[in-house]
Design a protein around this ligand. Structure first.
Ligand code: T46
Length: 143
């Protein structure tokens, strides 16, 4: 049996600076300031249905930062060896996820708006959607 080397998941929780005053709060996300990659795409997920799990894939090339700008949700990460769970529940909390990390998003609150920043334009061909294929690629050092 092949024993895989234990690897830390390439992901990081970020805390963004909040610029608040008597009018309310403002958070600025800016390439090379608090976004550690070239910013090519933003999308957001909302009105998520009940107990649904989204994601269920790894991206070959996209690096992302996820922020729950409203409400909360949880993220399950998996590098083929280890897993971790992160709760996104504040607009100033971000989760950086490197490429080739399996992700699932779940436990969305009704008011959750999950914003995702990415260093790549959308390309459906960069998705690994089969978890067994993902594990096989990790095992064979193909990622
Ligand atoms: C990820 C997690 C966090 C587009 O046309 N352009 C886009 O930029 C995206 C992201 C999606 N789409 C289309 C493709 C599908 O027909 O929107 C539909 C839903 O996308 P998907 O099923 O990939 O959504 P999620 O929530 O499972 O995953 C998304 C991202 O695709 C993914 O990269 O990491 O959010």
């Amino acid at each position: 049996m092949l024993v895989l080397e234990k690897r830390k998941i390439d992901a990081q929780i970020l805390e963004f600076n909040v610029m608040g005053d008597e009018r309310g709060q403002l958070i600025a996300l800016e390439e090379d300031m608090n976004i550690p990659f070239e910013l090519k795409r933003v999308f957001y997920i909302y009105n998520t249905v009940g107990a649904i799990r989204r994601g269920n894939h790894a991206n070959r090339y996209s690096r992302q930062i996820l922020v729950s700008t409203s409400g909360s949700c949880k993220i399950h990460l998996d590098n083929g060896v280890e897993t971790m769970e992160v709760e996104l529940d504040k607009p100033n909390k971000g989760l950086f996820i490197a490429n080739n990390v399996w992700r699932e998003m779940y436990d969305f609150s009704d008011d959750c708006v999950l914003m995702v920043l990415s260093n790549k334009l959308y390309d459906p061909d960069e998705y690994i959607r089969d978890h067994d294929v993902f594990l096989e690629m990790v095992k064979n050092n193909l990622l």
